[in-house]
Ligand binder design. Structure first.
Ligand code: MTE
Length: 384
């Protein structure tokens, strides 16, 4: 990026930041055009979190969908001038224009996208990074073409074992570019997409217009936005966002303990997790049946049950799972809570997946705060 453009970017980013801080001081929600009511976690590189009460539908509207950017979004991306190169360990390198995408069969996947750092704010002791609470997650219907069809046309050589994605992020100063790779097996799964649409609309720039990768059931970082290059590699891509970024120890480590790089791995699949979206933490409710609702997801696996406890985890009762479901999408759930006394109550939710894994009482602490999935809980006050 030219230094003049960089200067203008920084100037407008800092003007926006100042505006957001003023609004925050005034106690008003910050306004990002097209994204009302979102929590701004970072202004410089736009990071927006969805308040839990807005995550109450099976498909999350685009306006409410979280945004995670490691750097500046591209200033201008136009379908007419955009192109995607496909190269590396392939027989026939390709160059695709936006209109060329129509030559491939369309495919749709409903996917729950969650940032690996969602819930980082709840780890104790504190870990640095964006302090996401519950809402760096959402479910959308993504439409596009299958990555495997593009790779078939390019002809992956037997030496091609990993597929690297590069986006058009504008990289300021010394920040390393957001480049990551996924293993070829995941790239060749029929549900791994190159997506142009989200919930029936052309992707917003915040979500990767004109084209983004979608690795369903995997952490959000596997789904590169603003795609400009796909490169088939013999080895995983080596770069900051592969390691130390999105890398975690294979076993439990204590805070401060050094991690042997040989005993750590890339974060890939999402864990089993549930969240309570209603009532809100700290809410006052009337005595009488209270509808508790939420969502539960398990990456590439299925949610088999969600249980609720109102006695600190001694007894669990099954919640009712919603009708809508799809392989990589969350299940909504509801539970009728009938408090038998007034005062403080803690409601807890615990999901179990098709591999029999249940959410733990305490998430596995790790130095970067990835994959937080402890049993969720809200405290409510039942009126006398
Ligand atoms: N792709 C690019 N090019 N740059 C990014 O910063 N962030 C990743 C991923 N793809 C990112 C990216 C991360 S960490 C997440 S969680 C998802 O995009 C978020 O997607 P969303 O902003 O559409 O919700």
């Amino acid at each position: 990026m030219s230094s003049r453009r960089e200067f203008i970017r920084l100037l407008s980013a800092s003007a926006l930041a100042a505006q957001f801080s003023r609004l925050a001081e005034a106690g008003e929600p910050a306004l990002v055009p097209g994204k009302p009511g979102m929590i701004v976690r970072s202004h410089r590189f736009l990071d927006l979190e969805t308040p839990p009460e807005l995550l109450n539908s099976w498909i999350t509207p685009v306006e409410r969908f979280f945004v995670r950017n490691h750097m500046f979004e591209p200033t201008t991306v136009e379908a007419s001038t955009w192109k995607l190169t496909v190269g590396g360990e392939v027989e026939h390198p390709l160059e695709l224009r936006y209109d060329d995408l129509r030559k491939y069969p369309a495919a749709t996947v409903v996917n729950t996208l969650e940032c690996a750092g969602n819930g980082r704010a709840f780890f104790e002791p504190h870990v640095p990074g964006v302090q996401w609470q519950k809402g760096a997650v959402g479910t959308a219907r993504y439409r596009g073409i299958r990555l495997k069809d593009v790779l078939a046309r390019a002809g992956v050589k037997s030496s091609g074992q990993h597929v690297m994605f590069r986006g058009l992020d504008e990289v300021p100063g010394k920040v390393p570019p957001f480049i990551r790779s996924i293993p070829v097996e995941k790239a060749l799964q029929g549900d791994t997409l190159l997506a142009t649409h989200m919930n029936g609309r052309v992707l917003l720039k915040h979500h990767g217009f004109p084209l983004r990768a979608l690795a369903p059931g995997w952490i959000g970082a596997a789904s590169c936005k603003w795609l400009a290059e796909i490169r088939v590699l013999a080895q995983p891509f080596e770069g900051n966002f592969m390691n130390p970024g999105y890398h975690m120890p294979n076993h439990l480590v204590k805070p401060g303990e050094s991690v042997d790089p040989k005993d750590s791995a890339s974060v890939t699949q999402l864990s089993v997790k549930s969240m309570i979206t209603r009532p809100l933490d700290g809410a006052s409710v009337r005595r009488g049946p209270v509808e508790v609702s939420g969502a539960a997801w398990a990456g590439e696996r299925q949610v088999t049950k969600v249980e609720i406890s109102i006695d600190g985890g001694a007894r669990w009762q099954e919640a009712r799972l919603g009708e809508e479901h799809a392989p990589y999408a969350w299940r909504l759930w509801t539970f009728a809570f009938c408090p038998n006394r007034s005062g403080e109550h803690v409601i807890m939710s615990r999901a179990t997946d098709s591999a029999g894994r249940a959410q733990p009482a305490r998430a596995a602490w790790n130095p970067s705060g990835y994959l937080y999935n402890a049993i969720d809980q809200v405290k409510v006050h039942v009126a006398a």
